[in-house]
Write a protein that binds this ligand. Structure first.
Ligand code: NAD
Length: 737
């Protein structure tokens, strides 16, 4: 029999080598067709008397990324249709559907012939669950091998036997940690945990897998043997009596109960380990069915899996512009941002000319990369040669003439219109006529800056976030005159450096900073009202934000907030800012010299390490506090999410952001907006525009007009519309409000 996605070759010893190699895909993924074929392969190899055992591997450089996004998407669509058509049986049908993979893997592990998985590279999610169902697992010791069950990161959990097999192979604590964090394991770590049997040189992988079968590997899993004992000793042991309360406590501390998928992992393991294996699988299947019906799973999969991939693959790239190959990228300004931009560009294999006012400053910028490379080589993340090659791609210079070959120049000089004007003119005097100029400005509108350019259609904003090496998001800012070639080039560049772009039309603060400052300003309001600072910070984290607003303000600097408020007043007049906010930052910066982490004094105190930062005790004298028990923490949480989501809705209404996927992905990657919501607009869609508008009306009465729902929101609430319905990214062009 021949298969589309698999090749089978049986050797003289009767070992069938099944190679998974999907045509027209860079990575193997589970699709309906893959499962059908795998099912047939299990039948075929089981029935064939010549086959003594099966080695399962991949024909690609990675093993597999797990489930295919189109399959997951179709599951949600099917479920929605079923709920309308046959609500009484919809959940049962979903239950049957999700059981398909579980059943297939169980069939494989009980087929009576030994199966060995030969893991040659990245092995994620369902692919690792398949490997766990094999009787033997061999992994290559290549750096490319990353083993993980990362489902929790997109709101679900390993639902094809993972929650039952992992804690039957390794101790409960490690199993829970692996699944509730979704973190990656190296081959060596997976072996130490008992999740793989052997780790070998890449070229010996298949040979070693075959040897396991030749050496008499039993086609029976440990849990199917009589007298099987759980490696962690089971749930009713003194060790477990210590572990389980702590595990629930830690999960609560880390997630505040916001992630149903993570909680379900604990339940599956705790309940599953008390019953026979097949019953454990049923328990998992039930929880999986339940979790798939949550708003959190739906929204997280949509934003963090589907939309992120689509944006990364250039969903917003103008069609018809040839893909840009970057011979050299110029970076002007080798300071805090420019030095990091040079590093990520060189790390992506692109040569960089790094320019500053003098050679010393340019070299200082390159030294940043030298430090990072040294660190990576020391930690074994880069070889010495790779590190040297990376550094050789960065050429520091003080001569603009060195930019002549650059197809793209990114400017990261001082945030000063005149300095930027000079730089634009100097750069344009030397670069090729078709080269693109990008500014990394964080506050100056692109259209205004482009007025200094002789070719504004080739002028664009590429706004990085700090720390550039870590932050996955880049905002691409389209000015009034920016053309398609500039947009395509900017998106090709962002893709080349492996970041996720969102395309934003020009506005003060663009998208991310507009939202971030709403978050910070709500905290100012709360301080002024007398909400205790600790409550402000904790409630924000309980709402799902990664960093409290006061802590965040300390990081970005309070004097930057002051600068932005002053610039807003200068450009738009006194009424554009809340005078109480102005007074607050003026007091902090001008009177108290509390600028944030950078001068060791802000809303927090920063004692010498290893002591931890703590809230500045005098804040409560500055703003007399109410008793915490007089304040409803649920309302404090709501205020944070609502004020940010409202700002996101405004950016859509104003045509600044045009695609809800970008608002959502940008909010999570840009400032960690409560990921379980799926992002700012999914937060609104998730509760429904009607409920959101009602909530905002209530908040507006109590806390001010900035909570008043916008005309678009009110109209959508009346019509029962969602953002993804009205601004359907897959349908016709977004309708303006
Ligand atoms: P920085 O002061 O650390 O670096 C600016 C660099 O530009 C300095 O090395 C300076 O010597 C150099 N420079 C100044 N004038 C120059 C000229 N005429 N020619 C060549 N080099 C010149 O500032 P930064 O924090 O890196 O910010 C740079 C830009 O990035 C600003 O526009 C800022 O708004 C933007 N930005 C900053 C952040 C952040 O978190 N700091 C985030 C996003 C964007």
């Amino acid at each position: 029999m021949s298969y589309t996605n698999f090749k089978i070759e049986t050797d003289a010893d009767g070992i069938a080598l099944v190679t998974w190699d999907m045509p027209d895909k860079s990575m193997n993924v589970f699709t309906q067709e893959v499962m059908d074929e795998l099912d047939a392969i299990v039948d075929q190899t089981t029935a064939d008397a010549n086959v003594k055992g099966v080695v399962f591997t991949s024909g690609k450089s990675s093993f597999s990324g797990g489930a295919d996004l189109s399959m997951i998407k179709s599951m949600f669509t099917l479920q929605a249709e079923e709920r309308k058509k046959d609500p009484a049986n919809a959940a049962q049908k979903l239950f049957n559907l999700v059981g398909r993979m579980t059943g297939l893997f169980r069939k494989l592990e009980t087929c009576g012939k030994p199966w060995v998985s030969a893991i040659n590279g990245t092995c994620m999610g369902g692919a690792f669950e398949l490997s766990l169902a094999c009787h033997g697992r061999v992994a290559s010791n290549s750096k490319a091998v990353k083993i993980a069950l990362p489902e929790v990161k997109v709101g679900i959990f390993p639902g094809a036997g993972g929650t039952q097999r992992v804690p039957r192979l390794t101790n409960t604590q490690d199993a829970l940690q692996m699944m509730t964090t979704g973190s990656s394991l190296t081959a060596a770590r997976a072996k130490a945990m008992g999740l793989v049997h052997e780790v070998v040189e890449p070229e010996k992988l298949v040979e070693a897998a075959k040897a396991m079968i030749k050496n008499g590997l039993k086609p029976v899993q440990p849990w199917d043997e009589k007298g099987f004992k759980l490696p962690g000793g089971g749930v009713w042991t003194p060790a477990s009596a210590q572990l389980w309360p702590a595990a629930s406590g830690i999960l609560r501390r880390e997630t505040y109960g916001n992630y149903p998928g993570a909680i379900a992992i604990l339940k599956c393991v705790y309940e599953g380990l008390q019953v026979p294996f097949d019953t454990g699988l049923k328990i998992e299947q039930r929880y999986f069915t339940e979790i798939l019906q949550t708003t959190e799973a739906f929204s997280m999969i949509r934003s963090l899996f589907v939309s992120m991939q689509e944006l990364g693959k250039g969903a917003r790239r103008p069609a018809g512009v040839p893909k840009t190959e970057f011979k050299t990228v110029g970076v002007i300004g080798a300071g805090f941002m420019g030095a990091s931009i040079a590093y990520v560009t060189a790390a992506a294999g692109i040569p960089v000319t790094l320019i500053d006012r003098d050679m010393e400053a340019a070299e200082k910028g390159k030294a940043h990369s030298e430090g990072l490379v040294k660190d990576s080589v020391g930690k074994g993340r880069l070889t010495k040669e790779e590190g040297e090659a990376l550094l050789s791609r960065i050429t520091p210079s003080a001569d603009y003439g060195d930019l002549k070959d650059a197809g793209l120049v990114v400017e990261a000089v001082f945030e000063d219109r005149q300095v930027k004007k000079d730089v634009i003119e100097k750069v344009e005097a030397v670069i090729a006529p078709d080269a693109i100029f990008a500014s990394n400005t964080s506050t100056l509108p692109i259209t205004g800056l482009a007025k200094n350019s002789k070719r504004p259609e080739q002028f664009i904003g590429v706004h990085f976030f700090s720390p550039v090496e870590k932050m996955m998001l880049t905002e691409v800012i389209v000015g009034k005159e920016t053309g398609d070639k500039a947009l395509a080039t900017a998106l090709d560049y962002v893709a080349a450096i492996k970041k996720t772009p969102i395309v934003v039309n020009d506005t003060r603060g663009f998208y991310v900073n507009r939202c971030v400052f709403r978050y910070i300003h709500e905290a100012y309001d709360m301080l002024i009202e007398g909400v205790p600072p600790a409550m402000i910070e904790n409630a924000a984290k309980m709402a799902g934000m990664p960093v409290g607003p006061l802590s965040l303000n300390d990081e970005v600097a309070i004097d930057l907030s002051q600068k932005i408020l002053k610039a807003t007043v200068a450009d738009l007049g006194e009424k554009a800012v809340d005078p109480r906010h102005m007074a607050l930052v003026n007091k902090m910066v001008d009177e108290l010299d509390r600028r944030g982490r950078k001068n060791g004094k802000g809303f927090y105190e920063y004692p010498a390490k290893p002591a931890k930062k703590y809230l500045w005790p005098e804040l409560k004298t500055l703003y007399p506090q109410k008793a915490a028990d007089k304040i409803d923490v649920e309302v404090v949480k709501q205020r944070f999410l609502a004020t940010i989501a409202l700002e996101a809705a405004r950016t859509i209404e104003e045509g600044i952001v045009t695609d809800p996927r970008e608002a959502d992905v940008g909010s999570i990657l840009g400032f960690g907006f409560a990921p379980y919501t799926g992002g700012t607009l999914s937060y609104i869609d998730g509760m429904g525009t009607k409920a959101f508008v009602a909530m905002c009306n209530k908040l507006a009465k109590a806390y001010g007009d900035h909570f008043k729902p916008t005309p678009l929101l009110k109209e959508m609430a009346e019509k029962g519309e969602t953002f993804y319905g009205r601004f359907d990214p897959y349908g016709e062009a977004p309708k303006a409000a």
